[in-house]
Write a protein that binds this ligand. Structure first.
Ligand code: PLP
Length: 361
């Protein structure tokens, strides 16, 4: 219920919006969380409270230098944000004029590009992915009046990579008219395909990164935007004065130590193995049609009884993500790769469901 005063004062563009249905908001209970593409690993860190009376640095040196070294970019090509989500919003607020400008997105894809644009009263042009989830490059290049082109690679929720030839065409087409934002939230699961090495070649390239997925630090809220220095300087005009809390900076510094980067790579290798095994096992279940690819830490599949499967799993405390409302993803579910126990439990629950339902394709 909104009060009369709220109705009277609220920005008109916010009236039709609803709060984002994050995996966390949708379900409060549950025991197995395979719905938000989080890591199953909870790694230990230390906190030193000596300076908690002081405001933190806006862009903590050790965070910036540590990530620049890890990502092999220059420190001037990097800004740290409260999650990659803040990077998305900063880009929109910095480079789009409300009520005038547009972003371009390629659904089905990550939801926050559209949500951030809507809350900022920025227009959204949609060029759906092709049937095989590749980019419709002709469609993208035929779209004018866009300031930001968001391309998620690997794409959430399809798990597909973007071909380098396609992305090159998009970057070149928009060289003088738009920034091309490549969201690499899952790049550690497909590290050979990063675009971070291409910043010098493309002045309009922007790359989003996060510590929420492979680095197993979703609770920290820490992400990075990488681009050439003039773009970073523009974002620094808009970012809050103290976006990164001191405890967060301390943990990030530890997470980016050589040992902990090595630990992250081992955990990624483990998850990639688990994912391939889970994918094979899912493919053998009755009526399951695998969709897209598995270049990240999740698997997308379609089943005629997706709604009932979802309901049954929720009733058993096993939470996965319903994607059926996304464009072209009717009856689709996305499951995050968990630890060995969780993946096994998911398969057992599915078997129980299929036995009870007497399901067939
Ligand atoms: C999870 C995710 C993000 C958000 O990352 P945060 O750093 O947790 O805000 C951004 N993009 C994609 C594609 C994601 O899946």
């Amino acid at each position: 219920m909104t009060s009369k005063l709220v109705d009277q004062l609220i920005n008109d563009n916010l009236v039709p919006l609803k709060p984002y249905e994050s995996a966390r908001r949708l379900f409060s209970g549950g025991q197995d969380w395979l719905n938000a593409n989080e890591s199953p690993f909870a790694n230990p860190y230390d906190i030193d409270s000596d300076n908690f009376n002081r405001y933190p640095s806006c862009q903590p040196d050790k965070v910036i230098s540590g990530y620049a070294k890890y990502a092999e970019v220059n420190s001037s090509q990097l800004i740290v944000t409260r999650g990659a989500d803040e990077g998305i919003e900063l880009l929109i607020r910095t480079f789009c004029t409300p009520g005038e400008d547009n972003i371009l997105i390629c659904p089905p894809t990550y939801g926050m590009y559209a949500i951030s644009a809507e809350t900022c009263d920025v227009g959204i042009k949609r060029v759906p992915l092709n049937n095989d989830f590749s980019l419709d490059v002709d469609g993208i290049c035929a779209t004018d009046n866009v300031n930001l082109v968001f391309i998620c690679a690997p794409n959430n929720p399809t798990g597909t990579q973007v071909s380098s030839a396609d992305l090159t065409r998009v970057l070149e087409h928009f060289a003088d008219s738009a920034l091309v934002v490549v969201d690499e939230a899952y790049i550690e699961f497909d590290i050979d395909n990063t675009w971070a090495t291409q910043l010098d070649a493309y002045p309009n390239l922007v790359i989003l990164r996060t510590l929420s997925k492979a680095f197993a630090l979703a609770g920290l809220r820490c992400g990075f935007t990488m681009a050439n220095e003039d773009i970073i300087q523009a974002l620094l005009k808009v970012i809050a004065p103290y976006p990164i809390p001191e405890p967060v900076a301390q943990i990030v510094e530890q997470a980016l130590s050589q040992n902990n980067i090595e630990r992250m790579r081992q955990q990624v290798a483990f998850l990639n193995e688990q994912r391939d095994a889970l994918q094979q096992a899912l493919a053998q279940r009755p009526g399951v049609e695998l969709l897209g690819d598995v270049k990240a830490n999740f698997i997308l599949f379609r089943h005629k009884q997706s709604a009932q499967i979802m309901q049954y799993l929720v009733s058993q405390g096993m939470l996965i993500r319903d994607q059926s409302k996304q464009m072209n993803l009717q009856h689709c579910l996305r499951v995050t790769v968990g630890n060995a126990e969780q993946n096994q439990r998911l398969l057992s629950l599915l078997d129980t469901y299929f036995e009870q339902a007497g399901a067939s394709s």
